[in-house]
Design a binder for this molecule. Structure first.
Ligand SMILES: NC(=O)NCCC(=O)O
Ligand SMILES: [Zn+2]
Ligand SMILES: [Zn+2]
Length: 484
C-alpha cells in the first residue's frame, strides 16, 4: 500500500518548498508535484518535516532504588503523540555487570516499542571485560556511542583515569563518547554539608549542583577527549559555564557537541522554591533548572550553532516515587518527563517567538543528531530512500498541556498549564500512520532497532588529523632512537 502526503510545505534542515511526498513500504519513494497513492493525507496549511529524534531517554531504567515509570511502550507512545519518531535510550550496566549482559536486558524491554529506537551503551566501571566488550558492542551490535557519568558518586560515576581509558577505546573503535558532566565529588560534599545544615528539601538539590560543577566537568571532559583523540557529545548542557567550554572548544576546532534539554530552555530554578514539596520534587533532575541568564545562553547556542540538539532526558518518576526523598533531597529520584512535549514546546518558545527558524527547528530536533549518531539520511531527512518517519505539523493547532490528557504514565507534567501552538496533524513511523489529529493509532512492537555503524565522517576526519599530528621520533644522525 502507498500513502501520499499532499498539499504541504516540505521543511528540512536546509530547505522549505511545496511538494507532495509518496511513501511505499515504509520508505519515501518520491517527492514532487501531483503525486498519487492509495491513501491520501491532506497537509494543507502544514509543514511536512522529518519526525523528531530524541537522543536522550531513560525508559524503565533502574535508578536510585526504583525504575523510571515510562517504559518502551508508554514512552514511545508519548513520543509519537508529540511528533517524535525515534528515541535513543541508554543501556546501563550496573557496576560490575558486562555490557552485553546489560544489552540483553534492554533488548528484553524494547520489544514493545511503537517507534524506532537505538541505544547508547553506558560505561559505569572499567576493566578488561569492558574494554573487550566495547568492540563487540560497536562491531556486532550497531552501537557507536558510549555514555559516561561524571556524577552519581558511589553509583554510576567513573573517574578521570576510567574516562581517559574509555575515550581512547572509543577513538580506536571509531565511536563517540558522551558525558553527563557534573563534578560528582563536589556534589557529594555539598550535599552532605547542606543536609547537615538542615537543608533537606528539594531546593537542596539545586544548591548542591551549582553551575560551576557542570562547567568544570564539561571543560575536563573536553580536554580528556581531546587528549584521547575522540570527539565528545555533552548531554543535558544547562548553563553558560558548560556552554562556554563547548563554544571555546568548537572555536579551537575540537569536535564537541552540546545538547540542551527542552526543560532547561523553558523552566527555571524558581520551581524548586515552590511551597508545595511535591511540585518542587517533581522537578528534581540533574543538572537542575537554572536562571534566565543561563536559559538565554542556551537559546543563543541553538541560534548560533554552538549547541546542536534539543533532547528531553525523559526519565519519568511518579509523585509517589519522588516522595522517597521526603526529609532527604539526595533520595529524590532524579529525572523529569517531556517526550510528548519537546516538539510543541520548542516550536512555541522557539519558532513562535522568532528565536528559531522552522529549518533550524528541524536541525536541532532531528537532522543534526541523525548526522552525529551516523544514521543520516535513513533518519532525520525527507529524501527519497529515507525511512518515512514524518510529522505533518499544523502551526495553527494549539492546546494547553495538562497531565490529565497526557500519554506518559506519570501523574503530573512539569509543563502543566503551558499553552502550545504548533502540533502534529499526522505522525508516520516508517510509513505507518500513528497519530491523526491527536488520536493515537500506533502499533505496539512496530518499533525496530536502528543500527548505527562506527567511523562516521567526523570520527574519520579526527583520526586522520590525529595520525598526521601524532608524536614521531626525530631522526638524528649518529644517535640511535633506541639508545646504545
Ligand atoms: N537527569 C536526571 O536527573 N536523570 C536521569 C539520569 C541522568 O541523565 O543523569
Ligand atoms: Zn545525566
Ligand atoms: Zn539522562
Amino acid at each position: 500500500m502507498s500513502t501520499v502526503i499532499k498539499n504541504g510545505t516540505v521543511v528540512t534542515a536546509d530547505l522549505s518548498y511545496s511538494a507532495d511526498v509518496l511513501v511505499e513500504d515504509g520508505v519515501i519513494t518520491a517527492i514532487g508535484p501531483n503525486l498519487t497513492g492509495d491513501e491520501v493525507l491532506d497537509a494543507t496549511g502544514c509543514y511536512v518535516m522529518p519526525g523528531g529524534i530524541d537522543p536522550h531517554t531513560h525508559l524503565e531504567m533502574p535508578f536510585m532504588g526504583t525504575y523510571s515509570t515510562d517504559d518502551f511502550e508508554s514512552g514511545t507512545r508519548a513520543a509519537l503523540s508529540g511528533g517524535t519518531t525515534m528515541v535513543v535510550d541508554f543501556a546501563l550496566p550496573s557496576p560490575g555487570q558486562g555490557l552485553l549482559d546489560a544489552l540483553q536486558m534492554w533488548d528484553n524491554k524494547s520489544g514493545r516499542a511503537a517507534c524506532d529506537y537505538s541505544y547508547h551503551m553506558a560505561v559505569t566501571w572499567w576493566d578488561k571485560q569492558v574494554f573487550d566488550e566495547m568492540a563487540v558492542v560497536v562491531r556486532e551490535r550497531g552501537i557507536n556511542t558510549f555514555k559516561h557519568f561524571m556524577a552519581y558518586k558511589g553509583a554510576l560515576m567513573v573517574n578521570d583515569d576510567e574516562l581517559y581509558a574509555s575515550f581512547q577505546r572509543c577513538a580506536e573503535l571509531g565511536a563517540t563518547p558522551l558525558v553527563h558532566a557534573e563534578n560528582g565529588d563536589v556534589v557529594a560534599e555539598l550535599s552532605a554539608k547542606l543536609l547537615a545544615q538542615g537543608n533537606t528539601g528539594p531546593e537542596g538539590h539545586a544548591y548542591s549542583r551549582p553551575t560551576q560543577v557542570e562547567g568544570e566537568a564539561t571543560n575536563r571532559a573536553i580536554m580528556i577527549a581531546d587528549m584521547a583523540g575522540a570527539p565528545l557529545y555533552v548531554v543535558h548542557t544547562s548553563c553558560e559555564e558548560a556552554h562556554e567550554a563547548i563554544r571555546r572548544a568548537k572555536m579551537q576546532g575540537k569536535r564537541v557537541w552540546g545538547e540542551p534539554l527542552i526543560q532547561h530552555l523553558t523552566l527555571d530554578e524558581s520551581e524548586y522554591f515552590n511551597a508545595d514539596w511535591d511540585h518542587a520534587a517533581r522537578r528534581v533532575m540533574s543538572p537542575p533548572f537554572r536562571n534566565k541568564q543561563h536559559q538565554d545562553s542556551l537559546w543563543a547556542g541553538l541560534q548560533s550553532g554552538t549547541l546542536s540538539c534539543v533532547a528531553t532526558d525523559h526519565c519519568a518518576f511518579t509523585t509517589e516515587q519522588k516522595r522517597y526523598g521526603v526529609g532527604d533531597f539526595t533520595k529524590i529520584p532524579n529525572g523529569t518527563g517531556g517526550l510528548e512535549d519537546r516538539l510543541p514546546m520548542l516550536w512555541t518558545y522557539g519558532v513562535g517567538t522568532g528565536r528559531l527558524t522552522p529549518n533550524e527547528f528541524v536541525a536541532v530536533t532531528s537532522t543534526n543528531i541523525a548526522k552525529i549518531l551516523n544514521c543520516y539520511p535513513k533518519k532525520g531527512a525527507i529524501l527519497v530512500g529515507s525511512d518515512a518517519d514524518i510529522v505533518v505539523w499544523d502551526p495553527e493547532k494549539s492546546k494547553t498541556i495538562r497531565a490529565e490528557n497526557q500519554v506518559s504514565a506519570i501523574d503530573y507534567n512539569v509543563f502543566e498549564g503551558k499553552e502550545v501552538k504548533g502540533l502534529p496533524r499526522y505522525v508516520l513511523t516508517r510509513g505507518q500512520v500513528a497519530v491523526t489529529d491527536g488520536a493515537l493509532t500506533e502499533e505496539r512492537g512496530h518499533g525496530r532497532f536502528v543500527p548505527r555503524p562506527p567511523n562516521g565522517a567526523v570520527n574519520t576526519a579526527l583520526s586522520t588529523w590525529k595520525a598526521l599530528t601524532a608524536p614521531r621520533p626525530v631522526e638524528r644522525s649518529g644517535i640511535p632512537a633506541s639508545g646504545v
